[in-house]
Write a protein that binds this ligand. Structure first.
Ligand SMILES: Nc1ncnc2c1ncn2[C@@H]1O[C@H](COP(=O)(O)OP(=O)(O)OP(=O)(O)O)[C@@H](O)[C@H]1O
Ligand SMILES: [Mg+2]
Length: 263
């Protein structure tokens, strides 16, 4: 194992290529009935960058990333991933795009009737259509090692703790080596120590696989650990963005409210 999953390492200076835009969102709008959820979302994410999205509950954070993977269709605006307009993609193109995007759902997502190994084999055989069992075994072992779960390979999800299930869910997403990772509240429901471990894992995944990530969280420690850049969402818009330290000094009351409980 090159990097121990849970090691607290100081955050390196940004290594991403500032020039290459991976996700570009302009004036994105989405309403449900008469409820305007996304009013004017603008966001540019560069390759290798970790962008954290903060925002109160029900603001549309999950809706935004569901638009990015084409699960929801926006009403207006542009949304490009790798330069392609996502809402215009045909089913086949959308499938190809989704292979490049890992999505860690808010609810986690393991098949309860399958072992950890079987859960991890699933995306390899079904999505990537890999048939070589030696290759499958190698990738399953490698990714489990990476998330510190090598010993749990033959366990059932019900035999894992909440933190271990999150790790397994993360491994299942990472196994297809996505270029983009979308994390929807990766640490919710976990104790502070496990949350920290997951946050450090997200950081290590960025370093190891050079993934581009959007991380939605309410967990300020997670934001502090993972963010190259933080955006704050309120009332259907991103109202401020900057570094974690920069936003901590913000004059905006709403932005301040996220930082008020931390030292
Ligand atoms: N498929 C849908 N159909 C109708 N309304 C929806 C749908 N998805 C989301 N909404 C509504 O959009 C709003 C924003 O939801 P969203 O899940 O994006 O919030 P959130 O910012 O992720 O909140 P939380 O922090 O609680 O996860 C909510 O009012 C929600 O009820
Ligand atoms: Mg949400």
């Amino acid at each position: 194992m090159e990097e121990k999953a849970t090691t607290a390492e100081p955050k390196e200076k940004k290594t991403h290529d500032k020039q290459e835009v991976v996700i570009e969102i302009k004036h994105l709008k989405k309403s449900f009935g008469n409820k305007d959820v996304l009013k004017d979302i603008n966001l540019v994410v560069h390759r290798g960058e970790n962008v954290v999205v903060l925002g109160k509950s029900g603001q549309g954070k999950s809706v935004t990333i569901q638009c990015i993977v084409g699960m929801l269709t926006p009403d207006d605006g542009t949304l490009k991933v790798f330069g392609e307009e996502v809402p215009g993609l045909k089913e086949k193109e959308l499938k190809e795009l989704r292979i490049k995007i890992g999505f860690l759902f808010q609810s986690g997502a393991l098949y309860d009737s399958m072992t950890v190994r079987e859960n991890l084999e699933f995306p390899l055989t079904r999505v990537l259509k890999i048939k070589d069992q030696a290759e499958i075994d190698k990738r399953v072992e490698e990714v489990l090692e990476g998330v510190g779960l090598a010993d749990a390979i033959d366990k059932m999800p019900s035999d894992l703790s909440g933190g271990m299930r999150k790790r397994a869910g993360l491994a299942r997403t990472l196994i297809i080596k996505p270029e983009i990772m979308l994390y929807d509240e990766p640490t919710t429901g976990l104790d502070p120590i496990t949350s920290r471990e997951i946050s450090e894992l997200i950081l290590n995944m960025q370093k190891k696989y050079k993934t581009t990530s959007i991380i939605i969280t309410h967990d300020m420690e997670c934001a502090r650990i993972t963010a190259d850049r933080v955006v704050v969402m309120n009332d259907g818009e991103y109202i401020e963005e900057g570094s974690f330290d920069g936003l901590q000094k913000s004059k905006n009351k709403i932005v301040q409210s996220f930082f008020k409980d931390i030292s």
